[in-house]
Design a protein around this ligand. Structure first.
Ligand SMILES: [Zn+2]
Length: 325
């Protein structure tokens, strides 16, 4: 083993090997299932993160000191840290991550976290995510996408041009790359912050939230003239749904994902299903009952109806005999 690697905690090697192993297992599964281009696992010359399994913060790979410092196996000095929020439960693994802007984060995965239930409101809501509005509620409330896209899009184009013209492996190119990474990081932080605030607000207001199982790929393929960065939108919906789901568990509230079955094409009033509803049609007009309603509100109402109907059926079949009659 090379000398400079001697100080690295042995479990870190094991977890890295596990990652390589699962990359290959996934690759062979993709081949077997013939899921599009299988994509051979890429070689990574540098690791961007390392994982310390079974790390309890008292011994082993990472040790947490009471004065907001860390001891990391392999590093000679203790490291100062900023604790974003106190953690609870038992720490099971610690991941050390280096971002593309050369910042370091540690991520703790904990078990046995004590729930912190939010006050019940007896209210439920259907929620639609979209390109025009980020989130639409069935009562018509709309939350727009966070703002950074437009200005950053122009800056990104400018930086991409500069990077393309910069000399290969020059200091200048590295400087531009860092600037681009910082721009992405800034955007990401704005989006993350917005999503945290919105998910907290919704969970405070509603006991039950119904959302659609996202098929982002289909939606984006059918959206032609979107002026938003597709990758950002795609990640942002999935990340928002994930936040709602994990926070709901801790808050003792319910987030239910319903199958996306014609939620845009169905009339939320008479349930008539249209044959076609193009993405550019912003208003739902029902030929059967005459309903005229914003497309996203109509979808949110259908999502809510789907969510509640599944629940009613569930309660009926699961009710104990004593409750019947
Ligand atoms: Zn109708």
């Amino acid at each position: 083993m090379p000398h400079k690697l001697e100080n690295v905690h042995s479990q870190v090697y094991q977890s890295t090997l596990k990652k390589v192993n699962s990359a290959f297992i996934n690759f062979f599964n993709r081949l077997k299932n013939k899921a599009g281009a299988a994509g051979f696992p890429r070689f990574k010359s540098k690791l961007k993160s390392i994982t310390f399994p079974q790390c309890n913060l008292k011994s082993g790979g990472v040790k947490l000191l009471p004065d907001n410092h860390l001891i990391i196996t392999g590093l000679p000095d203790k490291v100062k840290m900023v604790l974003h929020r106190p953690f609870s439960g038992t720490c099971k693994t610690v991941q050390l991550i280096k971002t593309s802007t050369n910042k370091y984060y540690i991520v703790l995965s904990c078990d046995g976290i004590v729930k912190q239930p939010l006050i019940k409101t007896n209210k439920s809501v259907g929620l639609d995510v979209g390109i025009k509005s980020f989130v639409t509620l069935d009562d018509g409330t709309q939350y727009h996408h966070p703002k950074p896209y437009k200005t950053s899009k122009e800056k990104l184009q400018y930086l991409n041009r500069k990077i393309a013209n910069a000399q290969k492996e020059s200091k200048n190119k590295e400087k531009l790359r860092l600037e681009k990474a910082k721009l992405f990081e800034k955007n990401k932080n704005i989006i993350e912050d917005y999503q945290h605030k919105l998910s907290n607000k919704l969970l405070k207001e509603y006991d039950k939230i119904y959302i659609e199982k996202l098929n982002v790929k289909n939606m984006l393929e059918s959206s032609d003239n979107s002026n938003l960065n597709k990758a950002i939108v795609e990640c942002s919906w999935a990340a928002f749904a994930a936040k709602l789901i994990y926070k709901a568990e801790n808050a003792d509230k319910l987030v239910k994902q319903v199958e996306a079955r014609n939620t845009s094409k169905t009339c939320s009033y008479c349930k008539n299903i249209k044959e076609k509803m193009e993405l550019k049609e912003r208003v739902y007009k029902c030929q059967a009952c005459g309903l005229v309603l914003d497309r996203d509100i109509n979808a949110a109402r259908n999502i809510r109806a789907l969510g509640t109907s599944v629940e009613i059926n569930y309660v009926k079949t699961e009710a104990p005999p004593l409750m019947v009659g």
